[in-house]
Unconditional design. Structure first.
Length: 324
């Protein structure tokens, strides 16, 4: 057993994967395993992975299954006391594992947040979300529960790479990523976060998050169709775990906003299909037990969107009604 299992799931990351791997191998804490999952890459990613000769690296080469399945496959073989994640286009500061593991193990946390910093073409900059600005100084050097979260839990960064997780805790709650969709981080995070009893934060920028044109969240395109399915999975998680009533006001707004903003921002060619996915989801809601909650709990803008979608036959009709 090692102190930390680092999970690096990649697909066609030939431009950046070398730096990501080196940032793990050069950590000041060296008692780790690096589990690299190549999810059916068609570029030179697999060759670059195989160029590293280090006993701490474990590799999984698989046909393309998506990010959720890739991370689940790595979790199945992970042996570390704690689990950390890294995206193939990002990299760690050299002391991330030492600092994050030290904090988490010292306080026996279920998960511990740390700060991320953005990198874009040589420019390094912060933002409030990834810098954990919602947590004031009262959260420094202490352990807390989800009920003590400042503001809404839906204001937190859901990115899986921004935390280190106790492996036994993840296994005890059977934490798994939804498979077959993008935005798998979001349902995973809320399930894990609300199951946790011991959480802490580290106000240090330990993770470099690269912004570039090919990154999943940079371009709003067909991948954002999955915001509908991810929202459905999230609703199911809250309902099945008895969290729905306590969080429904913010939960329903969050569920509406993801696809709403995606529909607004994606290219015109994607909008009709995105609208159809949203409409199908809303029609199912209308036939279910939570329809009146949507009408009662949504603010005016989100409620209008919800009703406009339901009353429109297609995207063109919706566009006309939403502009009126």
């Amino acid at each position: 057993m090692v102190k930390v299992s680092v999970i690096l799931a990649v697909y066609n990351e030939e431009k950046y994967i070398k730096k990501a791997i080196e940032s793990v191998l050069n950590q000041t804490l060296d008692d780790f395993e690096l589990i690299i999952v190549d999810d059916g890459s068609t570029d030179a990613t697999s060759e670059i992975i195989n160029s590293f000769d280090d006993s701490r690296i474990k590799t999984i080469f698989q046909t393309n299954q998506g990010p959720g399945a890739s991370r689940n496959n790595a979790l199945d073989i992970a042996s570390g006391d704690y689990i950390a994640f890294l995206d193939g286009d990002d990299w760690y500061s050299e002391n991330l594992l030492e600092i994050a593991y030290g904090e988490a193990s010292r306080n026996n946390t279920d998960l511990t947040f740390f700060q991320m910093i953005n990198y874009n073409n040589g420019e390094v900059y912060e933002n409030d979300w990834f810098s954990l600005k919602s947590f004031d100084d009262s959260f420094k050097d202490r352990v807390f529960e989800p009920s003590q979260t400042p503001g809404s839990i839906f204001d937190l960064s859901v990115g899986v790479c921004q935390k280190i997780y106790n492996r036994e805790f993840l296994r005890s709650i059977d934490a798994r990523f939804p498979e077959g969709i993008f935005f798998e981080d979001m349902p995973f995070f809320y399930y894990v976060y609300l199951k946790a009893k011991r959480i802490s934060i580290i106000k240090r920028h330990l993770y470099y998050r690269r912004k570039h044109d090919e990154s999943i969240t940079h371009v709003v395109d067909e991948k954002f169709f999955d915001t509908v399915r991810a929202g459905q999975v999230l609703m199911d998680i809250f309902i099945e775990n008895g969290w729905y009533d306590a969080y429904k006001f913010d939960l329903l707004a969050y569920k509406i906003n993801g696809p709403r903003f995606a529909l607004r921002d994606m290219p015109l060619k994607c909008k009709p299909h995105m609208f159809d996915l949203i409409k199908k989801d809303y029609e199912e809601i209308k036939m279910g037990p939570y329809y009146w909650d949507f009408l009662d709990q949504l603010g005016p803008i989100k409620k209008k969107f919800f009703l406009d979608v339901l009353s429109s036959r297609d995207y063109e009709e919706f566009k006309t009604s939403s502009e009126s």
